[in-house]
Design a protein around this ligand. Structure first.
Ligand SMILES: [Zn+2]
Length: 47
Protein backbone atom coordinates (compact mmCIF):
# COMPACT_ATOMS: atom_id res chain seq x y z
CA UNK A 1 0.00 0.00 0.00
CA UNK A 2 1.49 3.27 -1.02
CA UNK A 3 0.59 6.62 0.39
CA UNK A 4 0.79 9.44 -2.07
CA UNK A 5 2.50 12.47 -0.67
CA UNK A 6 2.15 15.66 -2.62
CA UNK A 7 5.59 16.86 -3.55
CA UNK A 8 6.96 19.45 -5.88
CA UNK A 9 9.42 18.78 -8.66
CA UNK A 10 12.88 17.72 -7.68
CA UNK A 11 15.81 20.07 -8.09
CA UNK A 12 13.93 23.35 -8.26
CA UNK A 13 15.98 26.40 -7.46
CA UNK A 14 15.01 29.47 -5.51
CA UNK A 15 13.55 32.10 -7.83
CA UNK A 16 15.69 34.80 -6.31
CA UNK A 17 18.18 35.84 -9.05
CA UNK A 18 21.31 35.43 -6.96
CA UNK A 19 20.26 32.45 -4.91
CA UNK A 20 21.36 28.97 -5.83
CA UNK A 21 19.48 27.27 -3.07
CA UNK A 22 17.83 24.06 -4.18
CA UNK A 23 14.31 23.83 -2.89
CA UNK A 24 13.07 20.81 -1.09
CA UNK A 25 10.44 18.73 -2.86
CA UNK A 26 8.31 19.39 0.18
CA UNK A 27 8.66 23.11 -0.25
CA UNK A 28 5.96 24.26 -2.62
CA UNK A 29 7.07 27.86 -2.59
CA UNK A 30 9.19 29.39 -5.35
CA UNK A 31 11.65 30.89 -2.88
CA UNK A 32 13.90 29.26 -0.34
CA UNK A 33 13.38 29.85 3.36
CA UNK A 34 15.76 32.82 3.24
CA UNK A 35 13.90 34.63 0.50
CA UNK A 36 10.43 33.39 1.35
CA UNK A 37 7.99 36.28 1.11
CA UNK A 38 10.55 38.54 -0.49
CA UNK A 39 10.23 39.93 -3.95
CA UNK A 40 13.59 40.80 -5.47
CA UNK A 41 13.83 44.34 -6.77
CA UNK A 42 15.12 43.08 -10.10
CA UNK A 43 11.87 41.24 -10.69
CA UNK A 44 9.79 44.02 -9.23
CA UNK A 45 11.12 46.64 -11.66
CA UNK A 46 10.52 44.32 -14.59
CA UNK A 47 6.92 45.25 -15.25
ZN1 LIG B 1 16.71 32.01 -1.97
Amino acid sequence: MSVKIRTSRKGRKCRHPHCKQILSIYNHEVFCHVHHGQLPQELRSKA
